[in-house]
Write a protein that binds this ligand. Structure first.
Ligand code: PRX
Length: 653
């Protein structure tokens, strides 16, 4: 089994540096002096970057740092939707394309200009107002990757109603818990979307979720697939009835810079996902700046394709807010990479002349597995820059991406960041920073990343430790929705006053940064964050399960895969289908992405004398490595037995 972490670590001390080449087709919008200039006065640097935005009331204050909560540009006022849309129309760019929408079914495309977006957002804002939504109210969005999803987000932003976008692949239960946590009263959804060649159902999940959410008063439904859906009179409204009849003008109000823009749920180390809160002025400054610098964005000519889902933070920051603030043209693709053939992506790149492609290593590995013949059939010469995000990229995939997709002429930016950071934190700057396959290289200007030991001391070159951020930055989360104590405990308690990211990292002999992945019980499956506790919680809710322990094991394609160890209740009905029904059960409770790759039924779990399950050893078992130290276990024979079971178990898909 390939262990990417080992592959990356093995290369740490080899010199595989690619110097920034003047021959690259992408050169940064900035030069190397920006690092020192920003370091000399980071707050002034960010204040300068904030001028990228259009402020209705200019800010005079910059950073206020009341540990652990920062406020940025606190007395300024702005409107996020005006920054993303109206101001571009106002300067004569209404005809510029904001999105080339590519639906999964072949030929299902739409072109949306900034003027179109302005009209649609205004109408949707008017519709939400008619439904009684006002500033501060939370709105849940559960949609496929269609233009109305972006319109819905911007309409919420326009009226100051924070949105909570829930990934369309999440189950009804997962949706319900997020609706309840943020107390959303309105849900925007679609009948379904297209995925893997078929129409999936979304409204049906909303209906099921709302049985647990009696306070939701309105559901707005886009007709995407035309499938039958049930409607609850008085509560449910078709988008084409309610939105289409609204006025296409809407007077935007200004909101303070620190007005909440959105909540995005992400997995932590407990079973309950955290609602990560982002506010307006600092967040938009961060995503607009990084989108411009890291991607060398030339808004007049670039076609940007961030191949992620808007249900995750990458979609929020680099499909919606960053590109729109910068007046860029993006591709919005609804489906899976092999819909209509394994060259679907490369067809899209060729057809739309994509210049900047940004995706996750897991997808790169999948595309790599499918073979070079697919990209080779297409003209990819429009590409100028390639980006990677979401998990450590193994050097082999990095090299393939550079050579086969980038034709050795496009710089690669390996960008490290998190839902909590709002935007990119560490990455090479194209044409400025050297690159190494697998390394995020260095913190961006104005960002103070460090790698520290247990006592918070910076490690030397060639050493590893924890990734921390020493000083506040504009896009940083302002907290966990409804749980300020958990915010402090999660990010600011390990090393007081310093943001603790939960990732392990190394500085190599040159002092360059390598992010190695999570050091806590958060798994990263295909770039999706899931907690071991969340999956365990779902497993023990199954009537047959007594106890469950879940680990993330290295996987050649998905980075990590979920492996579950369960013990059964005495009265459990055991049949041949039990393992499959446990996998399906987790899929139903959380969503298909959380289905374990493997479920191993075992008579016991390895525990310490204090009753703690030793996940470290289960991870060794799952990865079929030599077992680590077993001396603290009550009964070391248990883990040896599980190891034996694992070796004889058939590997699932
Ligand atoms: O472990 C790191 C990994 O993804 C985690 C953040 O996940 P999420 O909040 O879902 O955001 C994903 C998209 C920004 C991090 O704690 N991660 C993200 N980017 C990288 C990475 N690990 C290594 N290298 C990266 N470039």
């Amino acid at each position: 089994m390939t262990d990417h972490r080992d592959e990356i670590e093995a290369l740490l001390h080899e010199d595989r540096t690619f110097a920034p080449s003047p021959a690259f087709v992408a050169q940064a919008n900035v030069d190397a002096s920006i690092y020192d200039a920003a370091a000399a006065d980071p707050v002034a640097y960010w204040a300068e970057q904030a001028e990228r935005l259009t402020w209705g009331v200019p800010f005079t204050s910059t950073l206020e740092w009341n540990r652990p909560v920062a406020t940025w540009f606190g007395d300024g006022q702005l409107n996020a939707a005006v920054n993303c849309v109206d101001r571009h129309v106002a300067v004569g760019n209404g005809d510029k394309v904001a999105y080339y929408f590519v639906g999964e079914p072949d030929g299902d495309t739409r072109t949306i200009t900034y003027a179109d977006l302005a009209r649609e957002v205004a109408k949707a804002a008017n519709a939400l107002t008619e439904l009684g939504v006002s500033a501060g109210d939370r709105v849940a969005i559960y949609m496929p990757m269609i233009p109305e999803a972006v319109v819905a987000m911007l309409a919420c932003a326009r009226i100051g109603a924070p949105h909570s976008v829930v990934f369309g692949g999440f189950s009804a239960d997962a949706l319900a818990s997020r609706i309840l946590d943020a107390d959303c009263r309105v849900v925007i959804t679609a009948d379904g979307g297209y995925r893997r060649g078929a129409a999936s159902g979304l409204k049906v999940n909303v209906d099921a979720a709302l049985e647990q959410c009696p306070l939701v008063t309105s559901v707005l439904v886009v007709r995407r697939t035309g499938q039958e859906v049930s409607f609850t009179a008085g509560r449910d409204h078709w988008w084409h009835d309610l939105v289409d009849r609204q006025s296409s003008t809407h007077a935007a109000q200004l909101f303070p810079a620190e007005h909440p823009l959105y909540v995005m749920y992400t997995s932590g180390t407990t079973a309950k996902p955290k609602g990560i809160l982002h506010t307006t002025g600092g967040y938009l400054t961060h995503v607009a700046t990084t989108h411009s610098m890291v991607f060398d964005l030339k808004p007049a000519t670039d076609v940007v394709w961030t191949a992620a889902d808007i249900g995750w933070v990458t979609g929020h920051s680099y499909i919606v807010y960053g590109p729109l603030c910068n007046g860029a043209t993006s591709v919005l693709y609804e489906g899976v990479p092999d819909a209509g053939g394994r060259d679907r992506w490369w067809r899209i790149v060729e057809e739309y002349g994509v210049t900047i492609l940004y995706t996750a290593p897991t997808t790169i590995r999948t595309l790599m597995k499918w073979g070079e013949e697919h990209p080779e059939r297409h003209d990819l010469s429009s590409l100028r820059l390639l980006g990677s995000v979401g998990e450590p990229i193994n050097p082999e995939a990095w090299m393939w991406y550079r050579r086969v997709i980038g034709g050795d002429r496009c710089p690669i930016v390996d960008t490290w960041w998190q839902t909590e950071t709002g935007g990119i934190m560490a990455s090479p700057l194209p044409g400025v920073t050297a690159t190494k396959p697998g390394a995020a290289m260095r913190a961006l200007p104005g960002i103070s990343i460090d790698v520290v030991d247990d006592d918070g001391r910076s490690v030397g070159n060639g050493e590893g430790g924890f990734l921390v951020v020493r000083e506040p930055w504009p896009g940083m989360t302002r907290g966990i929705w409804g749980d300020p104590a958990r915010f402090v405990e999660t990010y600011f308690s390990q090393l007081p006053g310093v943001y603790f990211a939960g990732d392990g990292a190394k500085r190599d002999d040159d002092g360059d940064l390598w992010v190695l992945g999570r050091i806590d019980d958060v798994m990263n499956v295909s770039g999706h964050r899931l907690s071991t506790a969340e999956v365990e919680h779902a497993l023990v809710a199954h009537p047959a399960v007594a106890e469950a322990a879940v680990v993330g094991a290295s996987d050649a394609t998905t980075g990590q895969a979920i492996v579950a160890f369960v013990t059964l209740r005495l009265d459990a009905v055991v049949d041949d289908d039990l393992v499959e029904s446990l996998r399906l059960h987790v899929g139903q409770m959380i969503g298909p992405i959380a289905k374990p790759r493997q479920v191993l039924i075992t008579p016991e779990l390895p525990k310490t004398r204090s009753g703690k399950i030793m996940r470290r050893l289960l991870r060794d078992v799952a990865e079929q490595r030599t077992l680590g130290d077993t001396t603290t276990l009550v009964d070391p024979a248990v883990v040896a037995m599980i190891d034996e079971l694992m070796r004889s178990a058939p590997a699932d898909d």
